[in-house]
Write a protein that binds this ligand. Sequence first.
Ligand SMILES: C[S@@+](CC[C@H](N)C(=O)[O-])C[C@H]1O[C@@H](n2cnc3c(N)ncnc32)[C@H](O)[C@@H]1O
Length: 327
Amino acid sequence: MRYVSLFSGGGGLDLGFERAGFEPAVCLDNDPVACETLRHNRPGWNVVCADIREFDATKYAGAELVVGGPPCQGFSTAGKGNPDDPRNFLWKEYFRVVNEVQPQAVVLENVSALSHKHNGDHLTGIMRALEEQGFNFSLGVLNAAEFGVPQSRRRLIVVGVRDGLAKLPTPKPAQRLRNVNDAILDLASMPDTPSFNHVANMHADHVVKRWSLLEPGQTDPNYRRGRLDGNRPSVTIRAGGGYGPKGNHLGGFHPPIHPTLPRQLTVREAARLQTFPDSWFFCGPKTIQGRQVGNAVPVELAAAIADTVRGLIVDAPDARAVGEAAS
Ligand SMILES: C[S@@+](CC[C@H](N)C(=O)[O-])C[C@H]1O[C@@H](n2cnc3c(N)ncnc32)[C@H](O)[C@@H]1O
């Protein structure tokens, strides 16, 4: 089954759909480094590096599915959440593409904050666009931790289908949630390996000293950074900046502190918490690698969504009719 991938980033959503047997007709992103990552890992994929506002999707008409997570910086509760941020309106471009492709189904992912307060207008707009284009839809906030991901990460997921009833994946029954130790502890003794995105930050001595004293789950108030508790799922891995000692906002990648070492996670450790396979390499400088990781849909969650959507497309009344006619 072919699909159109919008805002593909570092490829988390796409890896999940690949796992469920889908093939991208095109992956679109306007970040050249994210595009480099996609091309590096999947030379056979058709990666288009362009602004969605200039993207003509008509040549992909007939693909079964459109998927994408429009940027969320303007919505995110982690950032300032500027309601006038032009990126907040890119979901309209998503639906312009859907109109051009006329797929059987759509998947849209965003931060759960999209359903809050001043962002509510956008969600209403999204629901109206789905109805106008003839989709039945189901939406809800899913926590990746309930889908085999060693991280608590709540994301709004929308699934729309033209025929039949839409549904979201149901959480995997598990004896216990996967935790940070399960996912990353084996990397603690690994030397720096740039080809594996595993390069530890050199923190200042006073920072190392402070972080050595933190208990698991405890936050350093100066930097608003927490030490992970190895026995629990990780806190959400974010793409955006962190905080300096005076509460000043910092750009770059500022993941949580390692559960046993006085340093922040490496990009590879963060990628493990996002359930990227170790074979997936992130291009660009370390901060941009981290941004791709923090922006991604965890691969395991994406695969659960993709499995559900594949079932909906295969079981759709029209698909059954075609299958019956052929047999
Ligand atoms: C939340 S990330 C998507 C992450 C991706 N779904 C994944 O699972 O890895 C949003 C992406 O939208 C891209 N983007 C932002 N504005 C865009 C635009 N105008 N046109 C195309 N892509 C854009 C960003 O470069 C970023 O990679």
